[in-house]
Design a protein around this ligand. Sequence first.
Ligand code: 5GP
Ligand code: MN
Length: 330
Amino acid sequence: MKEYEEIKELVKKSGSILIAGHIMPDGDCISSVLSAGVGFERLGKKVLMIVDDEIPWYYYEFPDVARIRTADALPDFDYDLIVVLDASTPDRVGRVQKVLGTKTTVVMDHHGTNTMFGDVNLVIPTIGSTAQLVFMLNKKLGVHYDPLLATYNFMGIATDTGFFRYSNADLKVFEDAAELVGFGARPNDISNAILENRLPEELKLFADVVANMKLECDGMLAYSYVSREMFEKYGLPDHSASGFVSELRAMKGVEVAILFTERSDGSIHASMRSKKMFDLREVAVRFGGGGHPQAAGFSVKGRTLSQVIDEVIPYVVKQLKKAAARGGLL
Ligand code: 5GP
Ligand code: MN
């Protein structure tokens, strides 16, 4: 694709590069930022890696995560190029949004809902993870891969495919993952850090989420919520609820699962997952967000948790009934 060549040339001619992931960072975001950051440094570039949000504590098991800064670090860094990773809309980069376009801006992403807000947009919705786009770019640039960089790069492929379980786990995913294992990536380090690291309080919070769960549409829709009170009961941060929605989807008969969380900034985030027959993107975009067919989300400001639930659930019920009536798998 011509975008790879354009981005390769832009990186080559830039001395210092600002790399930004998205708020509410997930494994693919962090993996992509680290892989680009460490990769470009190996070409002699100066880089600043930014994620303008709190990074879940367990990612700090990977040493370079401690080098990722918030947008507070922006004023002290001069850069020739901006590379935005895994973000489908400009608001997803937090306060980095203010500087987008002040220098040539590259967007690399795999969300079909991407609004193409860069000067160069490498957006491939059919690829399992943004980390794979970074892997391809790094190889084209001649970046040297050792076990550490390979592990960073593997992480996004693993997490965005649900550790190789989701429908996006295709041949390319397995090929790229295998190539990274060939470079020394340690998949077990990643699953230990991310999957085998739950705090007791998180499990207790999850028990409360299950207790609050409601089912609609003959059990095809499962939803629940985490209020401020619930987070505070266990002294947990916003991101501690991030894996719960997949557990709701994992129930027999459930086609769509939604978890609403009341975040510390007062906004309400809806995290949505579907199995096969329902494409979540329309709902996500309708409420101001985006995502993938089977994993999407949005945030709403200025409304209470119950107001958002009362608005979203009837709409999803209606759309889900229509989809079920069509009997259509995606
Ligand atoms: P999660 O449910 O884990 O927050 O997000 C699932 C997917 O939806 C991710 O691919 C994420 O990028 C996307 N997503 C979640 N929230 C938002 C949002 O507020 N805006 C946009 N554009 N995408 C979102
Ligand atoms: Mn991703």
